[in-house]
Design a protein around this ligand. Structure first.
Ligand SMILES: *[C@@H]1O[C@H](CO)[C@@H](O)[C@H](O)[C@H]1NC(C)=O
Length: 222
C-alpha cells in the first residue's frame, strides 16, 4: 500500500472518463502527426518483425540439423551465405522504413536544420556502434557463426562491447531513430519503437541460447 505513488481515490475518476472522447482525440492526434491508414506503415512494421524472426529460425534450424552446412559443404560458406541473405533483408527493411516515412506528415518542431543535425548525430553514433561491433566480431561472429559451430575463442570485451552488451542491435536502433529525426517523422519514431521491441524480444530468445552453446563448449574442454 505504501508503494502507491498516488492516493487510491484518484483512480475513481477514471471510471467517469468518456472513452469515445478519448478515442476521438487520439485519432485526431494521429491524423495530424501520423497517417495510420497508410499501408506502407504496416508493410514496414512487418518487415521489421520478420528480420530477427527469420535469422533466429534459420540459425536454430541449422544448429539442430546442420542442414546448411551440408548443402554448402562447409560451415563457413553456409554462414557467409546466411549473412548475405540477412544483409539483403536488412536493406529491404531500411527501404520499407524510408518509404513509410516519405508519405507521412512532418513534425514542425523537428523540421529545421537543428532537428536535421540532431538526427544526423544520432545516426552517426549508431553507425559507429555498428561498424565497430562488426570490426570487433568479424563477419562470422556478427552473422551467427556460433550457431554453425564456429565459436569465438574468447568473449569480445573491447569497444563497443565495453559500452553495450549488444552494440549491433542498439546501434541499428539508434540509426533508425536518427533517420526518423532527420525526416521529422513521428511515424519513423513509432517504427523505431517497433525495431527496439523486436530486438528486445530477439535478445530474450538469443541470449540464453548462445550462453548454452558456449557452456557446452566449455564443458567439453574440461
Ligand atoms: C571502452 O573502450 C574504449 C577504447 O578501448 C575507451 O576509450 C572507453 O573509455 C571505454 N569505455 C568504457 C565505458 O569503459
Amino acid at each position: 500500500m505504501f508503494l502507491l505513488p498516488f492516493p487510491l481515490d484518484c483512480c475513481e475518476g477514471l471510471n467517469n472518463v468518456d472513452y469515445s472522447q478519448v478515442d476521438l482525440s487520439i485519432m485526431r492526434l494521429a491524423a495530424d502527426y501520423v497517417d495510420l491508414t497508410d499501408p506502407r506503415l504496416g508493410v514496414a512494421a512487418l518487415c521489421i518483425a520478420l528480420n530477427p524472426l527469420f535469422w533466429n529460425l534459420v540459425a536454430r534450424w541449422e544448429h539442430r540439423s546442420r542442414s546448411l552446412t551440408r548443402v554448402f559443404g562447409s560451415p563457413y560458406v553456409a554462414c557467409y551465405c546466411l549473412g548475405a541473405v540477412i544483409m539483403l533483408l536488412n536493406f529491404l527493411r531500411s527501404h520499407c522504413f524510408m518509404e513509410a516515412m516519405k508519405s507521412q506528415p512532418r513534425l514542425k518542431l523537428l523540421d529545421s536544420l537543428v532537428g536535421y543535425s540532431i538526427g544526423v548525430a544520432f545516426a552517426a553514433v549508431g553507425t559507429v556502434l555498428m561498424v565497430s561491433s562488426f570490426l570487433a566480431l568479424g563477419f562470422v561472429g556478427t552473422f551467427l557463426g556460433d550457431y554453425f559451430g564456429i565459436l569465438m575463442e574468447v568473449k569480445v570485451t573491447c569497444f563497443p562491447f565495453n559500452v553495450s552488451d549488444n552494440p549491433m542491435y542498439w546501434g541499428s536502433t539508434i540509426i533508425y531513430f536518427g533517420w526518423s529525426i532527420m525526416h521529422a517523422s513521428l511515424a519513423g519514431v513509432l517504427l523505431t519503437a517497433v525495431v527496439a521491441l523486436c530486438y528486445m524480444i530477439a535478445l530474450r530468445y538469443e541470449g540464453p541460447f548462445t550462453e548454452e552453446i558456449y557452456r557446452q563448449k566449455a564443458s567439453k574442454h574440461l
